[in-house]
Design a protein around this ligand. Structure first.
Ligand SMILES: C[C@@]1(CC(=O)O)C2=NC(=C\c3[nH]c(c(CCC(=O)O)c3CC(=O)O)Cc3[nH]c(c(CC(=O)O)c3CCC(=O)O)/C=C3\N/C(=C\2)[C@@H](CCC(=O)O)[C@]3(C)CC(=O)O)/[C@H]1CCC(=O)O
Ligand SMILES: NC(=O)c1ccc[n+]([C@@H]2O[C@H](COP(=O)([O-])OP(=O)(O)OC[C@H]3O[C@@H](n4cnc5c(N)ncnc54)[C@H](O)[C@@H]3O)[C@@H](O)[C@H]2O)c1
Length: 221
């Protein structure tokens, strides 16, 4: 059996069509909003939340049934109606146009599926069962959410800063690698959890000491 390939896709400014305005469509729209995509929703009936998104001009809304032309200029399409035949039609239209398409009631009609996801700043943790059990994906996501708290958002922000500093200052590849590993060690995760306000200062002081002790700084520094 061929397996799906996990990707992080840049949807900024892309046209996305969501067909259907029920609970499932609402969940997919909610996860698409932060991507910067231009989202159009076509559905004769919608949830209150989708109505709110439209009022806030975060989505475009067409309160009517789907028509083939709706998806013509779209990069990606989500078929989230409760009508199997409409969803099939959306799939066939998208296939003809070689588009990315997700059909929420039929995994075999998806050329991509949506995993269960949560974020901690730039950290994305995502769980997929390739359609076998969305409930299990959700349950594992819940477990991981309690394991990976807000300290990871801070750790990641600081790691990014320290990493640029290391890349700029350290020539020796082995030392760079070791320092990159050290900045995400349990010790710093705990510091970010217990003393978030002091973490930045403590990590930079530690890095300066490491550079002094271990050497390897680039010429001129
Ligand atoms: C992860 C998540 C992401 C999201 O939607 O954002 C997602 N489904 C979620 C929840 C969920 N979905 C369903 C239930 C009820 C319990 C159950 O049936 O298990 C629950 C649980 C609940 O709602 O609590 C029903 C369901 N889902 C699909 C079918 C069709 C079928 O299987 O035939 C049916 C039967 C419909 C019916 O019988 O009428 C199909 C898909 N659902 C997927 C994703 C894709 C595969 C993901 C994977 O497993 O890798 C795939 C293939 C297509 C897609 O939608 O992309 C989201 C969790 C969000 C979170 O973390 O909270
Ligand atoms: N993939 C998933 O995660 C998942 C989870 C649960 C259920 N499902 C499946 O998803 C489907 C949708 O679930 P829901 O709870 O959102 O259903 P729902 O009944 O709440 O919403 C269906 C929506 O489709 C719209 N619709 C109907 N015909 C349409 C048409 N011709 N053109 C445009 N829009 C049309 C309706 O107006 C409504 O807004 C169900 O059939 C269910 O099998 C999928």
């Amino acid at each position: 059996m061929a397996h799906s390939y996990p990707m992080m896709v840049d949807l900024n400014e892309r046209n996305i069509l969501v067909v259907g305005g029920g609970k499932v469509a609402e969940r997919k729209i909610k996860s698409l909003l932060p991507t910067g995509a231009h989202i159009t929703v076509v559905s004769p009936a919608i949830t209150d939340e989708i109505r709110r998104y439209a009022k806030q001009k975060r989505i475009r809304l067409q309160l009517r049934n789907y028509q083939t032309e709706d998806g013509a200029e779209c990069f990606l399409i989500i078929a989230a109606t409760n009508q199997a035949l409409v969803n099939l039609q959306i799939y066939e239209d998208a296939q003809k146009r070689k588009q990315w398409v997700n059909v929420v009631d039929q995994p075999s009609l998806c050329n991509f599926t949506v995993p269960s996801v949560f974020k901690r700043g730039k950290l994305t943790i995502s769980v997929s069962t390739e359609g076998a059990s969305p409930s299990l994906a959700k349950q594992i996501r819940h477990d991981l959410e309690s394991r990976y708290g807000d300290e990871y958002e801070l750790l990641l922000e600081l790691s990014q800063e320290l990493r640029s500093r290391i890349q700029w200052e350290i020539d020796d590849p082995k030392m760079r690698y070791q320092l990159m590993k050290d900045i995400v060690s349990d010790k710093w995760i705990e510091v970010c959890r217990l003393r978030p306000n002091l973490a930045r200062q403590e990590m930079f002081t530690w890095l300066e000491d490491q550079i002094k002790v271990k050497g390897g700084a680039k010429c001129g520094n």
